[in-house]
Every structure is written in structure tokens, then in C-alpha cells.
Design a protein around this ligand. Structure first.
Ligand SMILES: Nc1ncnc2c1ncn2[C@@H]1O[C@H](COP(=O)(O)OP(=O)(O)O)[C@@H](O)[C@H]1O
Ligand SMILES: [Mg+2]
Length: 341
């Protein structure tokens, strides 16, 4: 287990009457890629602004490499930030933009040039050093911003929705590039997104935030397959929340099976003689809607208690039409018991 490079202890923050962060505790290992995932307004940006020293917490501590930096100025912390709309200096070319930080540190021209060339290579922009920001695409500009933030080798790099302004295809490509870059450099990343797919793709661990608290911290696998609460199951796994036998269960849409008739108990025995799959549930419902979304067939079923359940399928399922009644099933292991939020 590598040493913790960053520790947040009992961080509290209010703006006026509004409590924005409540008891934030987090340990981040050296070289880790940690994502703060949560919907808009849950406190992600405030959390990293406290790490960067751009906000002061009302209570709690920020420890960087074991040192309490809570009351230190931003420039006294070996931390850098990349924002969504990172403003490059419009009157400086790529090389000058990237080298700016080192120039402030009074490095020699030769040192700066070498470091800039190395950084350009890392973000795959070799040959672009004399271009002006206005001559670059959005993705290239964001690469320059990233090159500029890694050039003085921060201990921790904070990235606040850095790919948010890019179109989907470019975002996917940049996700892979960023991840590769992070592993290569071994810099600790704290990455903010409200996009669960992005979080699941890139992170070593994800901290799911809601209303200024962490509701669950874990690997993508832990969060996706073992959500602790109904909120996490919905937000990260797009799961259905079903109340059955006094329990709250999360069942993902691809695991929802529909039957036109209720299966008898025999079919549902876990150890079926002919090793057929076993199913549980058997909740009566009615097909409400059928549509194609992102190449998947999406069937909305209204259960008797009013809960809506979504079943998703690849391809066309001619069997189901709105108005038909059905029974909803899932395999036992596909139903995860969760806490109410
Ligand atoms: N400087 C500020 N003054 C007052 N309220 C703020 C300030 N910064 C953030 N907030 C409020 O704090 C909450 C959390 O904001 P933020 O950390 O930016 O959330 P996120 O990044 O998750 O969208 C929001 O309700 C926001 O309006
Ligand atoms: Mg934000």
C-alpha cells in the first residue's frame, strides 16, 4: 500500500446559510486516479478548491504529503488545477503558454524549451509549438492546458470537468489519453465529472457525492456492482429500484426479464434439475412504453405499486407492446439489496 499523498479530514464548508460540504473525509494514495462523481451543485468544485487553497474550510484539515496545508496559500501547495474552460493566454503561442509557469520560476530558456517539448510529446501535440490558441481545435486547446498543468510536476493534479466542453467522440478519446498520461507520469489525479460512464472508464476509485457528503467510495466495480444506496444504484448503474418483501432492491435494466405468464414455483427453484436459470420476482405489471434509445430497445413497465421499471434489450423485441400485461423477473444475483437514500 503506497503512502497517502492527500488526506482530507472532517472538512466542513458553508456559504452563508447553505452547508455545502459536511464531514468530508478522504485518503488518496500516491499515483491514484480518484474521481469525484455527483450531480451539479453537490459540492465537487468546492472540495477541490479547498484542496487547491482557493477556499478555506470552516472546519477540518487538508494534509498534503503528511503536511498540514489547510492555511497555506495556493502557490505554497504542490497542486495544479485544470478547469473545463481553461483560459490559455490568447496572445501567446503554444510553447509560451506551456512554458509560462517555468518562466515565472526563472528556469533557463534551454530548460523551459526541453520541458515544453517533452510535455507536447506527452499530449501528442509535437509540431504545434508555434501555433496560437486561436489556431487550435477545442480538444487541442485542452491538451495544451493539460501540458501546461503537468509541466511543473505537481504532486496532485485537480481536473474540474476538463472534457466537459468537448463532443462525445473526442471526449472518449481524451479519456483514454488522460488515463494513459496519468499512469505514465504517476501523478495523483483528482478528477471531477457528473458523467458516470466517464467515471467508470477512468478511475481507480470513485467517490460518489450527494448534498455535500460522500455516499460511497470504491472502485468502479464496487460502486457499479455493489451500490450501497438506492441513489448510487440509480446514479451510477441506472438501476431500477424495486420494493419487494420489505426490501429495497437495485436491478439493472439489462437484467430485467419479462414473462407473459407467472412462472410456477418449480421453474424458480435455485437448483433446477436441468440447470436452467432461476428467476425471482414475478411482479405483475403493464407495458407502458417501448422505444429505441442509443441502439437499445427500452421497455417501460408500470408495476402495480406504481413503480416504473425499465427493461433494456439489444435488437428488436416484437413480443411486447404498450398495454400488454406482463410479469417482471430477474436472476437472484442480479438483485442487490440497497439502503434507501
Ligand atoms: N462562492 C460561493 N458562494 C456561494 N455559494 C456557492 C459558492 N460556490 C459554490 N456555491 C454553492 O455551493 C454548492 C456547491 O457548489 P459546487 O461545489 O460548485 O458544486 P459542483 O461542482 O458539484 O456542481 C452550490 O449550491 C453552489 O451554488
Ligand atoms: Mg463544479
Amino acid at each position: 500500500m503506497s503512502q497517502d499523498v492527500l488526506i482530507l479530514k472532517g472538512i466542513e464548508k458553508s456559504f452563508g446559510e447553505t452547508r455545502v460540504l459536511q464531514g468530508i473525509d478522504l485518503h488518496i494514495a500516491q499515483g491514484e486516479f480518484l474521481t469525484l462523481l455527483g450531480s451539479s451543485g453537490c459540492g465537487k468544485t468546492t472540495t477541490i478548491r479547498i484542496v487547491a487553497g482557493l477556499e478555506t474550510p470552516d472546519a477540518g484539515q487538508v494534509l498534503l504529503d503528511g503536511e498540514d496545508v489547510t492555511d497555506k496559500e495556493p502557490y505554497q501547495r504542490n497542486v495544479n488545477t485544470v478547469f473545463q474552460n481553461y483560459a490559455l493566454f490568447p496572445h501567446m503561442n503554444v510553447e509560451e503558454n506551456i512554458g509560462y509557469g517555468l518562466k515565472l520560476k526563472k528556469k533557463s530558456k534551454q530548460q523551459i524549451h526541453e520541458a515544453v517539448m517533452e510535455a507536447l510529446k506527452l499530449v501528442q501535440l509535437e509540431g504545434y509549438e508555434k501555433r496560437m490558441p486561436s489556431e487550435l481545435s477545442g480538444g487541442q486547446r485542452q491538451r495544451v492546458a493539460i501540458a501546461r498543468s503537468i509541466i511543473n510536476e505537481p504532486k496532485v493534479l485537480l481536473l474540474d470537468e476538463p472534457l466537459g466542453a468537448l463532443d462525445l467522440q473526442l471526449r472518449r478519446q481524451m479519456q483514454l489519453e488522460l488515463k494513459r498520461l496519468q499512469k505514465k507520469l504517476g501523478i495523483t489525479f483528482i478528477y471531477i465529472t457528473h458523467d458516470q460512464e466517464e467515471a467508470l472508464n477512468m478511475s481507480d476509485r470513485i467517490a460518489v457525492m450527494k448534498d455535500g457528503r460522500f455516499v460511497q467510495i470504491g472502485t468502479a466495480h464496487e460502486i457499479y456492482d455493489h451500490p450501497r444506496t438506492a441513489y448510487v444504484a440509480r446514479f451510477v448503474g441506472n438501476a431500477n429500484i424495486i420494493h419487494v418483501d420489505g426490501q429495497t432492491l437495485a436491478v439493472r435494466s439489462e437484467n430485467i426479464q419479462l414473462m407473459s405468464q407467472k412462472m410456477d414455483e418449480m421453474d424458480r427453484l435455485p437448483e433446477n434439475v436441468d440447470h436452467q436459470k432461476s428467476f425471482v420476482g414475478g411482479l405483475p405489471g403493464m407495458i407502458k412504453e417501448k422505444s429505441f434509445v442509443g441502439g437499445m430497445l427500452r421497455i417501460v413497465i408500470a408495476l402495480e405499486d406504481g413503480t416504473e421499471v425499465i427493461a433494456s434489450r439489444h435488437g428488436i423485441d416484437a413480443d411486447w407492446e404498450p398495454g400488454q400485461s406482463c410479469f417482471v423477473y430477474w436472476e437472484p444475483q442480479a438483485g442487490v439489496t440497497v439502503e434507501e437514500e
